[in-house]
Design a protein around this ligand. Structure first.
Ligand code: F6R
Length: 260
């Protein structure tokens, strides 16, 4: 894993946006995996800026989102479809037919999940997957104890995730307990992974992901098996890392030809 520690989330967003923009410039028909939640908001703002000011072109880019709440209509204020359009797709030139977000209203979840996996394969696989991390170590909505080989499917959220995300729901009765999420096996097939984690509340999950054992109780730790995973942190989320000085030194001394 490449551990990139920046002083704050804004600097981290800029590193992640440069990686994504570099990929799109090298491969204009790149396939991106995208996340929602608070963490990627700054990254999406930076990508929108690059589109407006630098002409970053999304017209041939295909996207697959990680997850969606079951039972929320696409226009529900808390649906991840709405989140993605409000925070990214309405502001860039992504053709709607290239945007894929799990359908939380499907009446056949297993068939939908199989079709989603097939659509990813048909697109040639994901070139770069953006991830956040839950305070309990989830990636996508693969909660602790998820199979490390899992595919897109229904999951039940833990109490911890429900309480972390309760802030988004004015009416607690509207907060779904079930989601459709890409599996850990699906995520691991992405050719490159960029995980963002900012803030002190992520420090424990980050240290267990990077320096703990790989285990299903800390799903993000599986990234230790990914050959091209980058973790972009701020000082606060990196605070629990025993080898933080080493990671900082490695990144500061990265040869120019290796820079993003
Ligand atoms: C969202 C997702 C989740 C979030 C995680 C962190 O699509 O897959 O894994 O990345 O719950 O959420 P925030 O960023 O709100 O702390």
């Amino acid at each position: 894993m490449e551990i990139i520690i920046q002083s704050d989330s804004q600097a981290g967003d800029a590193v992640a946006a440069r990686m994504i923009a570099g990929l799109i410039r090298r491969k204009p028909d790149a396939v991106l995996g995208l996340a929602t939640g608070s963490t990627p908001l700054g990254l999406y703002r930076e990508l929108v800026r690059m589109h407006r000011e630098e002409g970053l072109d999304f017209s041939r880019v295909t996207t697959f989102n990680l997850d969606e709440y079951i039972g929320l209509a696409p226009d529900h204020p808390q649906s991840y479809r709405r989140f993605m359009f409000e925070n990214l797709f309405n502001h860039i030139n992504s053709p709607v037919e290239r945007i894929h977000i799990p359908d939380g209203m499907t009446d056949d979840v297993p068939a939908f999940c199989e079709a989603y996996e097939q659509a990813i394969r048909d697109a040639g696989g994901i070139d770069l997957q953006v991830l956040g991390i839950g305070t309990d170590g989830h990636v996508g909505f693969n909660e602790p104890s998820s199979s490390l080989a899992s595919r897109t499917r229904i999951k039940t959220l833990t109490r911890q995730t429900l309480s972390d995300n309760a802030r988004f729901f004015e009416n607690p009765d509207e907060q779904p307990h079930h989601v459709i999420t890409m599996g850990i096996g699906t995520i691991m097939e992405s050719r490159q992974v960029v995980m963002l984690a900012f803030g002190a509340n992520k420090a424990e999950a980050v240290s267990r992901t990077v320096e703990g054992p790989v285990c299903a109780m800390m799903p993000a730790s599986v990234l230790q098996f990914h050959s091209k995973a980058h973790l972009i942190l701020d000082d606060a989320s990196a605070a629990g890392l025993a080898k933080a000085d080493y990671y900082r030194w490695v990144y500061a001394n990265k040869p120019d030809w290796q820079r993003h």
